[in-house]
Design a protein. Structure first.
Length: 299
């Protein structure tokens, strides 16, 4: 079974059944279609659909996070070389007895990652190492695009997910992986859809924070603020006018304030549903647990 091999805030593995239930009918019936994921994150939905009985005829995944894009390109093209490096990291890290001993190793790897001078394969290995050894599995960068997550408290984290990486690699060979804006992805769709197939977009943007202390949008150096959310809605309007079907996920602002109906108002012309999701990646234990998330679609 294809599944993510990195931790990612807001990952959709736990919501796959809810997403499956809301797929367009032509997807459920196994008819040919093109699948587009403009904000790939952990790529849970893309991998799930690629691994299904009726996989997409063509798949495009995209992200503005170049580190993430490099990771997926390496998993697709050089999985064995990546695994060899991860085995080296694993052996070296396991020899260090406690957190105090592991700290210099972790911060040296973080510095190497932030220099961005390594080969794509080594950079991808550093990504996975930091993702699994860093605090709470967070990916967070500052305004200078410097990864700044401190070391976690895991005694013996695992960096080697051989089955997941090799399975993902097999499926991603059939996938176009882009490092573009989500708007630019639409131009790619027009180029590749020579047979005029149905096109399904799944949009999982950086979530609107539920509080000022939330850090879930700091996965890229440019923040995804309320104006960005409004621009994305305009993009969804464009998709709708051009006849594409789309499903979008986002946070439910009414979780903390019943009067804050930001998305209910913004997407009032579309179908809005609330589903339960567990938030397991958060710096504060009190903020983890089941919350509503939104699923919005134009069909």
């Amino acid at each position: 079974m294809a599944k993510p091999f990195i931790k990612w805030a807001g990952g959709k593995s736990q919501l796959l059944s809810e997403i499956d239930a809301r797929l367009p009918e032509y997807v459920k019936k196994g008819e040919p279609y093109i699948y587009i994921e403009p904000f790939m994150g952990s790529a849970a939905v893309a991998l799930h659909l690629l691994d299904s009985t009726h996989s997409p005829t063509a798949t495009v995944i995209n992200d503005t996070n170049s580190d993430l894009v490099t990771l997926y390109q390496v998993v697709r093209d050089e999985p064995n070389e990546l695994l060899a490096l991860l085995h080296t990291f694993q052996n070296e890290y396991d020899l260090l007895q406690d957190k105090a001993a592991k700290q210099p190793y972790y911060y040296a790897k973080r510095e190497a990652f932030n220099h961005r001078l390594a080969s794509p394969t080594e950079h991808a290995a550093l990504f996975i190492f930091l993702n699994r050894a860093g605090f709470n599995g967070l990916y967070r960068v500052n305004s200078k695009n410097q990864f700044n997550v401190p070391i976690g408290s895991y005694k013996q984290p695992n960096f080697i997910f051989e089955d997941a990486i090799l399975t993902a690699s097999e499926h991603l060979r059939k996938t176009t992986i882009l490092n573009d804006s989500y708007e630019q992805v639409l131009e790619t769709v027009k180029v590749i859809n020579t047979d005029n197939l149905p096109v399904f977009f799944y949009l999982d943007p950086p979530y609107k924070p539920l509080s000022e202390s939330s850090s879930f949008t700091a996965y890229a150096k440019d923040s995804f603020n309320d104006d960005s959310q409004r621009a994305l809605k305009s993009f969804c309007d464009t998709l709708h006018k051009q006849g594409y079907q789309w499903l979008l996920s986002n946070s439910d602002t009414t979780n903390l304030d019943s009067q804050n109906r930001f998305f209910d108002d913004l997407y009032a012309d579309y179908n809005i549903e609330r589903v339960k999701a567990s938030r397991s990646i958060n710096s504060k234990g009190s903020k983890r647990g089941q919350l509503n998330e939104l699923m919005i679609r134009n069909y």
